[in-house]
Design a protein around this ligand. Sequence first.
Ligand SMILES: *Cc1c(COP(=O)(O)O)cnc(C)c1O
Length: 419
Amino acid sequence: MGTGPGAETGTEAVRGEEGAARAEPGVGSAKGRFGIFGGRYVSETLVHALTDLEDAFGRHYPTEEFQRIFRGLLRDYGGRPTPLYHAENLSRIVGFKVYLKREDLLCGGSHKLNNSIGQALLAKRMGKRRLITETAAGQHGVSAAMAGNILGLETEVFMGVKDIARQEGNVKRMRLLGAKVKPVATGEGVLKDAVSETLREWAACSRTAHYLMGSTVGPHPFPTIVGAFQSVIGEEIRAQILEKEGRLPDAIVACGSGGSNAIGAFRPFLDERDVRLHFVEGGGESLDADNCAAAFVLGRPGVLHGALMQLLQDEHGQVKPSRTRAAGLNYPGRGPEISYLCHSGRVKAGYAFDSEVFEAVKVTCRSEGLIPALETAHALAYILGHREEFDKGDVVVVNYSGRGDKDVETILRHLEGEI
Ligand SMILES: *Cc1c(COP(=O)(O)O)cnc(C)c1O
């Protein structure tokens, strides 16, 4: 790490910028700060592309026309609104009322399309011809390819060579959709290296290409933009729970790494102090295991890919990639907004271990007939494993971020002998 534009990591870079960070408080301020987190730690060549993007978002996103097209595509192509499902059997097991926000039913099988359609639309407005992005599990790459095709934009997806080898299904889907998959062999050949490579590519071709950032990470304005497009999730939860329960939920639980599905679900509730918010990270095998991704337990603030974030790093400040079973939770940084919300105490950070996650998959399969994505199963494992944090009368919404078709092999391998 530390080779891409703005990819400096570690305490040196942070120490150098900390004063500046403190001088610019304010959530979502013009500088893209969430408390001390966020910002724009990039090379000169990217500043222009980022200010252009910020301007374009400010100009187009609030307009009636943009909203009409964005919401229309999410409805007619994506299948929104996704249902809010009262999971009665799961509720009986945990002892409180559980609703699942069914993002698995969004076209593509996860929440990712909300953001991809929004950004592709924005790129089109900006006159770009090409989308470049990166992906780990391939879910985001697939949704970017879908959005690119709808809007007539070429799509190129950078992917670590290790991830290409383990995500054969999604690589095939991307190729079938016509996207170019670009193998990244630098570093460890995983997601963080693919992000660095995409930033490098963007610095060279930002006039004609848009970097379709896949989560609420990266330099300002990406975390703000991605959070805005994903907020459709929380807006729908609010309307749906008011209709079903006549009140707001007691808690919302979401899994994540960069934080986009969590921020999307949480944003419309941030000022509702009675709504508890839980963010669940990948715990890996244990807190000592090298596949642990519990950044709010083991990490500390540091700069990666252009932003100050809660970051998994070793004692020398080098970024530590995690290797949880859920590929979608393996980004080493937590986006600026979720970092801030967890540090400030508004959101409670938690984690689930692999064994609990597979157990949650089994319970959800058997009780509700739903196979959750391994990422999503972290949120389910949390409510199963922390029942004491919820009261009998509580109404709890779990953001059911995606379906588990992509994980069936992994799940079966793990549960072998048990089923
Ligand atoms: C990508 C993914 C996640 C993690 O991404 P966030 O940006 O942290 O939300 C979670 N669940 C599913 C199903 C995913 O595909």
